[in-house]
Every structure is written in C-alpha cells, then in structure tokens.
Design a protein around this ligand. Structure first.
Ligand SMILES: C[S@@+](CC[C@H](N)C(=O)[O-])C[C@H]1O[C@@H](n2cnc3c(N)ncnc32)[C@H](O)[C@@H]1O
Length: 350
C-alpha cells in the first residue's frame, strides 16, 4: 500500500452531511486531512481507492527503472502534480542533484511545494516553477541551464484537480463547466462550446477522443448554453438516448466520458503543448540523458511513439522503448487511473 501524500491542512471541525458517510468532496474531511486521519486514509488506500484530494503516482517503480536518476543529476519533472514521482526521484539525487518541478496549476503547485519542503527538500535540491512544459528550453535558460539529465512527463490532470468540483473536470459532481488546469488563463469549457461553430466542435470531439457520435453531440451542446458539469452530462446523456434508442447505457456513459475528455484537451491545448515538448525535448537532454512519458489515451501515446521513433531515426536518441510499458495487475486494482497508463522512454545519444 502506497503512502498517502501528506498535505498539511488546517484542522477544522467535522463537516455536517446527511447520512452515515460523506459523499461530497468538501464533506470528506478525513480524506482531505491525512496528517490527522492516517489510519482512515490507509484503510481507503488498502480498499483500492484514492482518498479525495490526493494523487497516487502511477507506475512509480517502472518510471524509476526507466529514468535511473542518480546523485548529482539534474531532473525536470514537467508535470509536478502532487509531487509523488518527484519525491521518489529526489531521494536518488543527493548529494548534489536538483529537481525542477513544473506545473501550470496555480492552486495545487504551492501545496505540493510546501509538502516537498516539509519532506526535507530545500531550494538547493528542489525548485517549483509555475510554467508550461511547452517552454522547456526557455525554462532551462532561466535557470542558466541548456540541458538536463532526466525529463519526466506524466500527462493529463491530477486526482486533486478531478476531485475538486469547483474546477469543473468531472460530471460526477456538480460544478461550473471550467476544466482549466490554470484557471487564470484561457477560456472555460462552457465558453469554448458557445464560441466555436458546431462543425468545429464536432471535429474537436472526433479528433480529441475518437467520439463516434461527435456530430450529434456537437448539435446537442450547441442547442442551449451549458454552464455546469451536470447540465452537460444531462444534455449529452438524454440527447443520445432520445436520438439513438438502440444505444446501451454503457455506450452512452462512454460517450459522456469522451465528451469531457475532448473538451478538457481542447481547453488546455493539450496536444499542441505536448507536440511542442516533443519537438524540443531531444535538444534539452544531455548526452546519455533519459526521458519517460506517461500517457492516458491514444491521442497522446501516438504522438509520443511517433516522436521517439523519429528521434531514433534521426540519431538524437540512441535507444527508445520498443514496446509500451503497462501497469501491473496489482497496481491497476489499487489505482484505477493506472489502467489506462502507457509508459514510453528514450535515451539521448552520446
Ligand atoms: C497526472 S498529474 C501529475 C502527477 C504527478 N506525477 C504526481 O506524482 O503527483 C499532471 C499534472 O501536470 C500538470 N500539467 C498538465 N499539462 C501541463 C503543461 N503543459 N505544463 C505544465 N504542467 C502541466 C497538471 O496541472 C497536473 O498537475
């Protein structure tokens, strides 16, 4: 059983909620305060669930095996999130090494920075930067670096972001249809839907999530403005059931999931930022440097695979993963997020 991420929070009075168990995110006061409720949080982890407000690093052992971080090396974690991978990597970098952790999320980044500081990593070994990994060369230059030994990217959103209904990533809880990893930049998903044409929305749903009913869903979403996660889910679910009565509830659920995924990818420009990272990556690695990328859907994995193979053919990478690496059965049981994960690695030529 993995250790929960111990994020120090102010100890407050028990939240009031109807029934025996808390259901809403903000009612799960024990899960949100693992420092004071260690036993309860361990029980949740042992049952194969992730406590609200925390993120469990995916394929940690496999990532460490690919990256082999060593004392004195410089590492960039492009997607710091809750800092689970970063913390494990940092333990290998002493003495003399340093990890630069990037994240675009202004809400979670300070919490993770505080947690890693509390875990004993001072500014000489760990630096947190609110930056987009698409500007990796610029970020390195601002640290007087041109190359690093190790790069990690664990793509997508963290459990903290998904769990928090105010961020609007999930239809499982009511919230504004926002989905921005950085809420101070760009447009929320609700505005994206109103501002683009129906055909463009359909293309986005097909391209970002291979949604087979993209045209119909785009039409449903354009008929009336959707402001909340629940309204969006209802419009797609009921509209599909009415227009295509032969669809099974499970198929409809998948379409709702794909709709949310496609919108999130569009709102955060996830494909273009990944393409930019992949373009500059080989130039940011020192000879013999290692990179590992964890992806969570085919649109991401295709890009990583293609870029690594092209880098190998061009002689930039001496070795690349021949096969994608998947999580173990045990991990998939204990962390559902791991089931979709695909890990690829590459080594910079000497
Ligand atoms: C899956 S989580 C990473 C979890 C982390 N590895 C851990 O162990 O806790 C992905 C994180 O990357 C961030 N992120 C996504 N795209 C980004 C980008 N283009 N630049 C910087 N951060 C990004 C998200 O805000 C999120 O916090």
């Amino acid at each position: 059983v993995q250790k929960p991420l111990l994020v120090p929070v102010a100890h407050t009075r028990r939240a009031r909620y109807p029934g025996k168990h808390p259901r809403r995110f903000d009612e799960k006061y024990k899960e949100l305060d693992p420092v004071h409720y260690t036993t309860e949080v361990q029980k949740i982890l042992a049952s194969g669930k992730t406590p609200a407000g925390s993120h469990r690093p995916v394929m940690l052992e496999e990532v460490l095996r690919c990256l082999q971080p060593a004392a004195g090396e410089i590492v960039v974690d492009c997607t710091l999130g809750g800092g689970g991978h970063a913390e494990a990597i940092l333990a290998h970098l002493r003495p003399g090494g340093r990890l630069i952790g990037l994240d675009v999320d202004p809400i979670e980044l300070p919490r993770t920075e505080a947690r890693l500081r509390a875990a004993g990593f001072g500014p000489d070994t760990f630096v947190a930067r609110r930056s987009n990994f698409s500007s990796l060369p610029k970020i390195l230059a601002s640290d007087a670096l041109s190359v690093v030994n190790v790069v990690l990217a664990d793509l997508g959103v963290s459990s903290m972001q998904i769990d928090n209904p105010a961020r609007g990533f999930t239809y499982k809880a009511p919230g504004p249809l926002d989905m921005r990893m950085n809420p101070s930049s760009g447009k929320p998903a609700s505005q994206l839907i109103t501002s683009i044409r129906e055909e463009a929305l359909a293309a986005l749903l097909a391209e970002n999530a291979d949604e087979p009913h993209a045209g119909l869903i785009a039409n449903l979403l354009k008929r009336q403005p959707v402001e909340t996660t629940h309204a969006t889910e209802r419009v797609v679910r009921m509209g599909l059931a009415e227009a295509l009565p032969e669809l099974k509830p499970a198929d409809i659920k998948m379409s709702v999931r794909r709709t949310f995924q496609a919108l999130r990818i569009a709102v955060n420009n996830e494909f273009s930022t990944l393409d930019e990272l992949l373009r500059t990556l080989p130039h940011c690695l020192a000879p013999g440097g290692r990179v590992a990328i964890l992806t969570f859907h085919s649109g991401e994995d295709r890009r990583v695979k293609k870029a690594f193979l092209a880098g190998h053919r061009a002689g930039m990478f001496s070795e690349v993963a021949k096969e994608v690496i998947r999580s173990t059965k045990e991990e998939t049981f204990s962390n559902r997020r791991a089931s979709a994960a695909k890990l690829r690695w590459a080594v910079r030529s000497r």
